[in-house]
Design a protein around this ligand. Structure first.
Ligand SMILES: Nc1ncnc2c1ncn2[C@@H]1O[C@H](COP(=O)(O)OP(=O)(O)OP(=O)(O)O)[C@@H](O)[C@H]1O
Ligand SMILES: [Mg+2]
Length: 327
């Protein structure tokens, strides 16, 4: 399957509001080595847009350039070429920092501070008044699922990876940002933790925030993102809504029992029978007549699942095509 959009982002029905993240031909080349004479091209010609209120997922294999892009957007590193706007201001503009939250990939959290002290310190950097801090810190701890006892009594050097991720998330939200960047927010979390993180992201979205995140956990991305982009070896190879990338076809894997085989064949491709009398196959889009006929024949549906590719299958296919373009 070909990618819908190649290295630029033309949604079929783009939102009418202005993009809150906009990049144009953004490039980053790192220079390494003693004489800084070795070049590592981490990102090239990256043009994308993210609109207010969207949840945008940036995917890509290890070393694809995801963190590099996030750091460029946040003004932590400077682009080698290209330009971009964040909340309407050029990348690196300090005035937007009040409105932005950031969970780094490997947050360095001071191990001698408790979670509470760390959040107070982060709030202090934003000059949040003490009375608001006293309300907001417990609210955030509840949101991220970290107990007040752990936050107040334990130093972060004694936190588990999941606890650090939670306190990092609370820190990213301390200034009640409009735009939140999350670099691998699910990393180090157990299944319950990942579920909770997904719920947090959805609640942020429901409160109108724009979320831009990197992730390797494609099933989570598929459940929460409005749009995704795939980076590979520094190139943006795809971006679009899930419908654009995965298709809107509505064929179904169906399993059922009973009914007249000759009649069933009219609707179901690859019809196969099983010894217990059930059958399975691929039901075509226009299934209303089929369901009505099956009922008349006394048959029943056991399971029926949309057959479109998962985001994971699509991702693997795209990366393999990049690695072996002639296949
Ligand atoms: N400070 C740096 N100096 C030199 N090269 C760097 C630097 N930071 C990143 N790179 C290189 O840039 C490329 C992209 O790295 P980046 O961290 O952006 O990838 P990523 O997609 O975030 O990977 P991961 O999924 O493993 O987090 C890699 O080849 C990496 O080695
Ligand atoms: Mg990274």
């Amino acid at each position: 399957m070909n990618c819908v959009v190649n290295n630029s982002d033309h949604s079929k029905n783009p939102p009418t509001n202005q993009p809150v993240v906009l990049t144009s031909e953004l490039q980053k080349v790192y220079r390494t080595g003693f004489w800084l004479n070795q070049k590592i091209v981490s990102l090239q010609n990256c043009s994308l847009q993210v609109y207010a209120g969207e949840t945008f997922g940036l995917l890509g294999p290890n070393g694809a350039g995801k963190t590099t892009l996030l750091k460029l957007l946040l003004g932590i590193i400077r682009p080698t070429a290209g330009r971009g706007l964040l909340l309407g201001k050029p990348l690196g503009d300090r005035s937007v920092k009040q409105r932005i939250g950031y969970l780094p990939e490997n947050p360095y959290l001071y191990e001698y501070l408790t979670g509470w002290e760390f959040l107070e310190m982060a709030a202090g950097l934003f000059q949040i008044p003490a009375n608001i801090q006293r309300q907001r810190i417990p609210q955030l701890l509840e949101l991220v699922g970290l107990s007040q006892t752990d936050a107040r009594k334990k130093s972060m050097g004694r936190y588990s990876k999941g606890m650090l991720q939670r306190v990092g998330m609370a820190q990213a939200l301390i200034n009640n940002p409009d735009l939140v960047f999350l670099d691998e927010p699910m990393s180090g979390l157990d299944p319950l933790g990942r579920y909770q993180m997904r719920e947090i992201i959805l609640s942020l979205k429901a409160s109108g925030k724009t979320i831009f995140f990197n992730s390797h956990i494609l099933s989570e991305v598929e459940q929460i993102c409005d749009r995704v982009a795939i980076l590979a070896k520094g190139n943006l190879i795809c971006s679009g809504s899930l419908d654009q990338l995965l298709g809107t076809e509505t064929t179904y894997h169906i399993k059922g029992q009973g009914g007249d085989i000759e009649v069933l064949k009219k609707w179901i491709n690859n019809l196969q029978y099983e010894p217990n009398g059930s059958w399975r196959g691929l039901l075509q889009e226009d299934y209303y007549d089929f369901i009505a006929s099956l009922r008349l024949m006394g048959g029943k549906i056991i399971t029926m699942n949309l057959s479109r590719q998962s985001l994971e299958e699509f991702f693997i296919q795209q990366i393999q095509t990049q690695n072996h373009p002639l296949n």
